[in-house]
Ligand binder design. Structure first.
Ligand SMILES: *[C@@H]1O[C@H](CO)[C@@H](O)[C@H](O)[C@H]1NC(C)=O
Ligand SMILES: *[C@@H]1O[C@H](CO)[C@@H](O)[C@H](O)[C@H]1NC(C)=O
Ligand SMILES: *[C@@H]1O[C@H](CO)[C@@H](O)[C@H](O)[C@H]1NC(C)=O
Ligand SMILES: *[C@@H]1O[C@H](CO)[C@@H](O)[C@H](O)[C@H]1NC(C)=O
Ligand SMILES: *[C@@H]1O[C@H](CO)[C@@H](O)[C@H](O)[C@H]1NC(C)=O
Ligand SMILES: *[C@@H]1O[C@H](CO)[C@@H](O)[C@H](O)[C@H]1NC(C)=O
Ligand SMILES: *[C@@H]1O[C@H](CO)[C@@H](O)[C@H](O)[C@H]1NC(C)=O
Length: 502
């Protein structure tokens, strides 16, 4: 300090610390703004992977169409025909021989807070009864219509029962869903046989009236020409035609309601709860069925985590764990959401997972989950006795981590499986999901900035809204499970769990 007093730079720093801090913050903020505005210009690259095998209903036709660069041609043709003013007469009859289910709109089930009307088993899979006899694990998944195109690849990889809950915000979105299901049913026997679809609509949804739908100006018979094996292109094309303003983003997507619908319609002993764009490793249902029958799996209050990697879109789906790790070593695959919110999957310990069991042995536990489990939100398999997903969380933020927290507090333990895995297409960065992680003091600024740019429903706004709910939720857990505060602190550093055999 004495040295400091005689040094003028040091004295200056000492005296002007507050002003310097403000200046530094200002520079950081400006940097964020610049960064943000430049990131808005980065385009989302189109999904360019292609689904083959069970999907390609008529591979030859598909090849021919690709040779002629048919997609843009077809696109042109369809637009042209639409312009000819053919009228959709309110019936899907004649379109892929699709017979729309007769939904009794007044016979809904409501959620606890009456936000949604729920219609289960609207499109049951054709083999559901057999699948329920044969499998002890069912994949429960959910999505809005702009995401469900991944269900094709999911069914192709999973090869077992799937319960899909779909949310549609209005009549036109329902039209898109009908078209998509018709297309998938025509193109994929697997989809026909394994996917059961449940529907949820907002409370204010008015039952379909074809003549008032904007879909009425399209001639759906032209969709017959859309080649099989391109569900992503199909849904993008259909949304563009039927929904001129795109998918309704004015409301919040009720993720946890949808998760609960999908879970409760899986009749098997175990449920694998995912989001619809999480693609499991090939033949996962069989691999997990084998695991289910091992002594290691006979365990109460045990949840088995399946590591999810995000994968560069240009590489083929890894067939084995070894291949996945090769991708990871080359930077083409990494922990899901590593650059978005690394703690979401941190406790899974990917670096430990990739060093173990490289041979294709039957599925087994690799290691137990320990360490930092705050905000842990893995994708896992468990019995449905695990606590439900709290439906107060609507939109982004805390939807899965709150459920995992409650599970841990009520005594559930988490174990990581190997060599099974799942992937998400595309390496994600804050730019790809359009909301940047920030040092804490700047977070507030970012919310305002996003709010200004994207309206009150930006992902970050939803997240901060749910944070408020989360605080209440945690206090309630403390009361409900009668945990003393010191115990609560201990929850943060859960000791490595052991499997309790029964
Ligand atoms: C659309 O155009 C085709 C070919 O030009 C014609 O045969 C058909 O009748 C037209 N449809 C309607 C509804 O006008
Ligand atoms: C709509 O058109 C299809 C095929 O052209 C026809 O089979 C069906 O009966 C029509 N539906 C109504 C409600 O007119
Ligand atoms: C799916 O089921 C529908 C109706 O039962 C049938 O018409 C269609 O051919 C089936 N699709 C495949 C690919 O088998
Ligand atoms: C459907 O729409 C038409 C015209 O907009 C209207 O006359 C009819 O009453 C509506 N039907 C129902 C069931 O709402
Ligand atoms: C899936 O795995 C089971 C059991 O390992 C095997 O019998 C079956 O042939 C596999 N199916 C496919 C399509 O790979
Ligand atoms: C992963 O496990 C290894 C070995 O047990 C340990 O050294 C490391 O700290 C763990 N990493 C995380 C992120 O938990
Ligand atoms: C809650 O826990 C405290 C000690 O941790 C115990 O004394 C009390 O009886 C418990 N209350 C209930 C309702 O279980």
């Amino acid at each position: 300090m004495r040295w400091c007093a005689s040094n003028c730079i040091c004295r200056f720093l000492h005296r002007h610390t507050p002003a310097l801090t403000v200046a530094l913050l200002f520079i950081l903020c400006a940097n964020q703004v610049i960064h943000y505005s430049s990131s808005r210009n980065t385009k989302n690259s189109p999904v360019c992977y292609q689904i083959v095998s069970p999907f390609a209903g008529s591979p030859i036709a598909l090849q021919q169409q690709q040779q002629h660069n048919q997609h843009s041609h077809l696109h042109h043709q369809l637009l042209h025909r639409n312009a000819n003013g053919s009228v959709y007469n309110g019936s899907f009859v004649g379109y892929y021989n699709y017979v729309p289910p007769d939904i009794q709109w007044s016979q809904a089930r409501y959620d606890n807070r009456r936000m949604l009307k729920i219609y289960e088993w609207v499109w049951p899979s054709q083999l559901w009864e057999d699948l329920m006899d044969r499998f002890d694990v069912c994949l429960a998944t959910q999505g809005s219509i702009d995401r469900i195109s991944s269900i094709g690849e999911v069914s192709e990889k999973w090869l077992g029962p799937i319960s899909l809950a779909v949310y549609v915000a209005n009549n036109d979105e329902l039209t898109v869903l009908h078209l998509f299901i018709a297309y998938m049913r025509k193109c994929s026997a697997l989809f026909n046989q394994t996917v059961s679809i449940h529907l949820a609509v907002p409370l204010g949804f008015t039952s379909p009236n074809a003549s008032s739908s904007s879909a009425s100006s399209f001639d759906f018979s032209t969709y017959d020409e859309f080649p099989c094996g391109q569900p992503h292109q199909f849904i993008a094309y259909t949304i563009k035609n039927v929904l001129p303003d795109g998918v309704d983003k004015s409301g919040l997507y009720p993720q946890n309601h949808m998760r609960n619908i999908a879970r409760k319609t899986c009749g098997t002993a175990w449920v694998f709860m995912t989001d619809v764009d999480i693609i499991p490793r090939p033949n996962s249902s069989f691999l997990l069925q084998e695991f289910y029958e091992t002594p290691e799996a006979k365990c109460t209050k045990c949840a088995f985590v399946i590591p999810v990697f995000e994968l560069e879109k240009s590489v083929p789906y890894p067939e084995t764990k070894k291949q996945l790790i090769k991708y990871a070593n080359r930077g083409l695959a990494r922990q899901f959401h590593l650059k978005i919110y690394r703690y979401g999957h941190w406790a899974t310990n990917y670096s430990l997972w990739i060093t173990s069991n490289l041979d294709e042995e039957p599925v087994k536990v690799s290691h137990s989950v320990g360490g930092r489990m705050n905000h842990y939100e893995p994708f896992y398999i468990s019995s449905d006795e695990i606590p439900g997903h709290e439906e107060r969380f609507v939109g982004y933020g805390f939807t899965r981590s709150s459920q995992v927290l409650e599970a841990r507090i009520s005594g559930w333990k988490f174990f990581v499986l190997t060599p099974i895995f799942a992937i998400h297409w595309g390496l994600q960065t804050p730019q790809t999901i359009r909301s940047a992680p920030l040092p804490i003091p700047l977070q507030v600024l970012k919310i305002k900035q996003k709010d200004f740019a994207h309206g009150a429903n930006s992902r970050r706004m939803q997240n901060s809204r749910n944070h408020v709910i989360y605080t209440d939720f945690v206090s309630e857990l403390v009361a409900r499970y009668n945990i003393s505060m010191s115990r609560k602190k201990n929850q943060r550093r859960f000791p490595p769990a052991r499997i309790n055999r029964i």
